[in-house]
Design a protein around this ligand. Sequence first.
Ligand code: ACO
Length: 400
Amino acid sequence: SIDISTLTRQTGLTTIDYGFVNTSATKSAITYIDGDQGILRYRGYPIEELAKNSTYLEVAWLLLYGELPTADELGEFDEKIRRHTLLHEDLKRFFSSLPHTAHPMSVLSSATAALSTYYEHQSDPANPEHVELNTIRMLAKLPVIAAYAHKKSIGQAFLYPDNSLSFVDNFLKLNFGVLSEVYEIDPVMSRALERLLILHEDHEQNASTSTVRLVGSTGANQFSSISAGINALYGPLHGGANEAVLAMLARIRDSGESVQRFVERVKNKEDGVKLMGFGHRVYKNYDPRAKLVKESADEVLEALGVSDPLLDLAKQLEEIALEDDYFKERRLYPNVDFYTGVIYKAMGFPTRMFTVLFAIGRLPGWLAHWREMQQDPQTKIGRPQQLYIGAPHRAYPGAE
Ligand code: ACO
């Protein structure tokens, strides 16, 4: 038998696939997507059922270990995570070295990379105990870092985690609680955030997960690999789209431009303007996550007593786009980012936190993929080929 890299070298044959639209880099048993049918399943379970019936940590366990946890397994997992929420006090000072204008995504990725410095002695990817411990550490500490990135951006004091609370309630308190005041958990907000986080937990080989895998394939530890994934998620074509959608809606509202006129500008590709939150590499039918988010948007806003004209604007945009041949021919539908921002905004998160919330949602998926890759005996360092199109050999001026 001859391996593929030898065959490529010997024959000179290679494929060029911009954006990897037709290249599988791995086998995976975690998430199934049928983009034509609009189907998404984690470990075989439909996303609709998980979003309705599960918690974030239950789904994280499912992604990591392949099965839904028993009550005891979930209790033990939850307890371990609660015991690891504290950040080293020195790491808290790291935040003060960054400007208050820093984007919370940059704060999250750099603090995640910095976390690695505290655990380098226990970060051997080949040691299952280290891998397990760092999985727990990341699930426990990244939400705290995310909340501190938020607090820093609004100039408020950091709170210590309250480990008597559930994962999501603790996260809400860290974000919205204020020192010396009692923070009342709003059950509507808590359940809505839990649902949104579940919808983001995994999405197979998207750009950020592929980044985590590529970095991990070099033998880099979980902290470094996931910090790289957070940076990949930051871009407006990926997770950054949720922030970009809100900015787009606000711009349309403030400019007084009609929705129809904006859609015309998108179709004419004027100044490269896109309908943010629309289109997906894999879904060529309605993104099932977007369907669920849209369903909860009205419900959540009403329960929170918020009315937001941006939600109506988003619905108008969707209605016009779905009837338009440009979008129909290209099979462009709302993706998960189209309606999430309106809900995050109603909860009180600033726009710049939206992609951070996506990152906390996606964390279990990144960890599950990193672990799956480490356990796969066929894993190799990721190293794409290229077609060289530069100058042939040239004589260096003055050389013999
Ligand atoms: N608005 C207007 N036109 C679009 C949009 C959009 N949102 N998305 C795609 N198109 C057009 C392209 O211009 C292209 O048209 P053409 O054939 O006339 O050149 C055609 O549809 C195909 O689009 P591609 O860019 O080739 O599709 P690709 O699969 O590479 O990109 C992507 C997918 C990046 C998501 C794209 O649809 C996009 O930029 N959407 C807006 C950003 C966004 O919402 N990103 C979030 C994605 S979901 C996620 O990461 C969580």
